[in-house]
Ligand binder design. Structure first.
Ligand SMILES: N[C@@H](CCC(=O)N[C@@H](CS)C(=O)NCC(=O)O)C(=O)O
Length: 288
């Protein structure tokens, strides 16, 4: 690693450089090994991990259940650090080898759904919930949902990666992505000054997509001390919105599903039943 690197004419992969996630990065797609995915008893089978992209979907599923919809699901753990996303079964559900991925076995033939934004829209349409019916509000929800899908890679893959995960602290990269992360937070802050939720008065999948990233960053739950570094206190409206969403019981449950770090009492590696939140958290069944 140096600051006088001159790119060769044709790039070639090197040995892992020690950065977190370096061991799972590959320049090619497709499976690395044969492995079928488990299938549980419910029509909806989720294969995921509690990163912000995974949490979007488990928050929606828990909100649907809380609202009385029959959205029971099995959530299976995909350990991306161990390469589970490159198993043949997973790749058949998501050829992009990234969590979250969903199978809907109530469809004939069973339907695969990948990309977290697509999963949110699929479930919101399937159950007729959390996507406003009013065309103006629905358009606004879609605007913000797609805003999140395009913006969060700069927060996670850009800011988060270089601030926390990169093996060296590169001032140029940290400055570049901090600038963008703060600009995005200001976009949200200005919008939320006049709106309770992203699509107006109605809590929607746009909030569920944005909160796990930006809501958790301003609350100090993502990327170490990023909230201090980003001076997150100045985004008052984002804080107000973030706190309101964090207080929802379904959100509290959703962020526990497929979680493998932090307090074992807040980790539910696999979720197959509503009672699992009481009976099967990792403090009760172990973390081995
Ligand atoms: N645009 C995708 C991004 C998904 C994504 O980046 N997932 C990450 C975890 S947050 C992942 O599975 N990474 C594994 C890998 O890159 O091999 C989505 O929203 O579903």
């Amino acid at each position: 690693m140096s600051d006088d690197y001159i790119p060769p004419k044709v790039w070639a992969p090197k040995a892992p450089n020690g950065g977190q996630f370096a061991s799972i990065n590959r320049p090619v797609a497709g499976p690395t090994h044969d492995k079928d995915l488990p299938v549980g008893k419910h029509p909806l089978q989720l294969y995921s991990l509690a990163t912000p992209n995974g949490q979007k979907v488990t928050i929606l599923l828990e909100e649907l259940l809380e609202a009385g919809f029959d959205a029971e699901y099995d959530a299976w753990l995909i350990r991306i650090n161990e390469g589970d996303q490159f198993g043949s079964g997973f790749v058949a559900v998501n050829p992009n080898s990234k969590i979250p991925a969903l199978m809907d076995h109530s469809a004939t033939p069973p339907r695969r759904v990948f990309e977290s934004g697509s999963i949110l829209v699929y479930l919101a349409e399937k159950f007729g919930a959390f996507l406003p019916r009013d065309p103006a509000a629905r358009t606004e929800a879609m605007n913000w949902l797609f805003w999140q899908m395009g913006s969060a890679p700069f927060l996670g893959g850009g800011f988060g990666h270089f601030y926390v995960y990169a093996p060296v602290k590169i001032e140029y990269a940290i400055d570049r992505y901090t600038m963008e992360a703060k600009r995005q937070l200001d976009v949200l802050n200005r919008h939320l000054a006049g709106n309770r939720f992203m699509a107006g008065e109605e809590y929607s999948i746009a909030d569920m997509a944005i909160w796990p990233w930006y809501g958790q960053v301003v609350a100090g739950k993502l990327y170490g001390d990023a909230a201090t570094f980003l001076d997150a206190g100045i985004y008052e409206n984002v804080r107000r919105w973030s706190d309101e969403i964090a207080a929802r019981p379904a959100v509290g449950r959703g962020i526990m599903v497929n979680k493998t770090n932090g307090d074992p009492a807040q980790q539910l590696w696999e979720r197959h039943d509503a009672s699992d939140f009481q009976n099967r958290t990792q403090d009760k069944i172990g973390t081995e």
